[in-house]
Design a protein around this ligand. Structure first.
Ligand code: HEC
Length: 178
């Protein structure tokens, strides 16, 4: 008998518990942050445009992260595993190249590139890319990581400028943002 009462009590508790759950106000549900003002459909992906780096001459870089990674980066303050970083090179108003990096489980990145008209997201372990990017070792091997943090918090693309040429890095202060 006691056993039956215990079972009934458990069922009652379960029902109470589930109604309590379904009646939770929707405002307490985890919300997806809306980056719509900075999100674009590019190369068949949803990309959040988080940084623009203006360099010497009429040369600039536009940097994006895939939108799923952007959500996680906002929550954790870190670039998540599997994040796709995309960088476009613009010269004299023309987009010339697209470079990509994907973060791996061990914190390393694989790299790739393609021409704007022919998206190709295959990547490999490229020592040439990694070598220069080690200059940004303190910011997750990603020069623009501090700009990503600011852009996600402010929900606005961050623009910085320096007089370095093309691939040459600006100073860390510049990538720290405004
Ligand atoms: C000589 C240095 C150098 C080399 C080599 C280099 N990069 Fe970069 N990369 C940079 C700098 C500097 C930035 C930041 C934007 C800027 O200032 O132009 C950057 C930014 C990026 C970004 C945006 C995320 C970030 O780290 O800020 C991607 C993606 C990227 N590079 C991919 C590549 C790939 C792929 C290769 C190899 C094919 C490569 N890079 C080789 C210097 C380099």
């Amino acid at each position: 008998m006691k056993k039956n009462i215990a079972i009934l009590l458990l069922i009652a508790l379960a029902i109470l518990g589930s109604t309590a759950f379904t009646h939770k106000p929707s405002s307490t549900a985890p919300s997806i942050t809306d980056f719509s003002s900075m999100t674009l459909s590019l190369y068949g992906k949803r990309l959040v445009y988080f940084a623009r780096v203006n360099k010497a001459d009429d040369y600039h870089r536009r940097v994006y992260i895939d939108s799923a990674a952007a959500q996680l980066a906002l929550q954790t303050g870190k670039i998540p595993v599997n994040a796709l970083l995309v960088q476009e090179t613009w010269e004299n108003g023309v987009k010339t190249d697209v470079f990509i990096r994907i973060k791996k489980k061990d914190g390393q990145y694989t790299s790739g590139s393609f021409s704007p008209g022919r998206p190709d997201f295959s990547t490999s372990n490229d020592g040439g890319c990694n070598g220069c990017h080690m200059g940004a070792a303190s910011t997750d091997v990603t020069f623009t990581a501090p700009l990503l943090t600011k852009a996600l918090q402010r929900k606005a693309t961050q623009t910085v400028s320096c007089n370095a040429e093309s691939f040459h890095p600006c100073s860390a202060t510049v990538y720290g943002g405004n």
